[in-house]
Write a protein that binds this ligand. Structure first.
Ligand code: SF4
Length: 223
């Protein structure tokens, strides 16, 4: 059920259970069926959605100009501000990772995420979980791929919120001493190619930060 419509029903009938609750949804469907004018389902739906979008808005509903105000229990009880009731969202779990920007000449190392998983098929900078052993895991990742890289610095922390967790990454920069093995899911790409590739949003943001720092014009010498 459309969120606007659920809000209208929850106020009209002063429903004191969270709108996401299956019981509330059943109640709203029952109300819709009871009120539905015969043969005018389309108009009815449209009118309800417009009422929710323009009059029975989430904050400060415009009750004085509402065409169904005289039927509205929430208005009668003075409950319009506390309805609809929503279940508070659970705090999302946090994950931490280290992202490695490994430079080789004017190229950076990218890897492709496995198909079928989260963000499957997109390219990204290599990363490892960081639960206190991130540095060692990164070393293992380099060795696994026959790569050797010297640490250079840090681009700082980046945050990204997924539907099921929050991710905080530290982006570290490296220069490749040995490029490692050729693999289908790993590529060295220059900045222009990276701009064209399908990459994760976080990768795009980190790359922009890297470009801003690395490709910034050198300051002029003072006389
Ligand atoms: S009277 Fe107010 S709270 Fe009730 S349906 Fe209309 S706009 Fe919403």
């Amino acid at each position: 059920m459309d969120g606007n419509v659920a809000r209208v029903f929850s106020r009209l009938a002063a429903v004191e259970i969270p709108v996401q609750d299956p019981g509330a949804k059943r109640l709203f469907w029952g109300l819709a069926e009871a009120l539905l004018p015969k043969g005018r389902a389309g108009d009815f739906n449209q009118a309800l959605m417009e009422l929710g979008a323009t009059v029975c808005v989430p904050r400060q509903p415009r009750c004085p100009s509402c065409p169904v105000a005289r039927f509205c229990v929430a208005r009668e009880k003075g409950w319009t501000a506390r309805l609809p009731i929503r279940t508070p969202r659970k705090a999302l779990p946090e994950r931490r990772e280290i992202v490695a920007l490994v430079a080789r000449g004017d190229t950076l190392l990218l890897r492709r995420r496995p198909e079928g998983g989260l963000l499957g098929g997109l390219w990204e900078f290599p990363s490892v979980p960081d639960e206190g052993r991130g540095g060692r895991l990164l070393g293992s990742f380099f060795r696994l791929h026959g790569l050797s890289a010297n640490p250079e610095g840090s681009l700082g922390a980046f945050r990204h919120v997924f539907t099921h967790f929050r991710l905080e990454v530290e982006a570290r920069t490296f220069s490749a001493a040995r490029p490692g093995r050729e693999e289908a899911a790993r590529r060295w790409v220059d900045a222009a190619t990276l701009d064209e590739l399908p990459v994760t949003r976080l990768t795009r943001r980190i790359h922009e930060a890297w470009k801003a720092r690395t490709l910034a014009p050198l300051p002029l010498f003072e006389r």
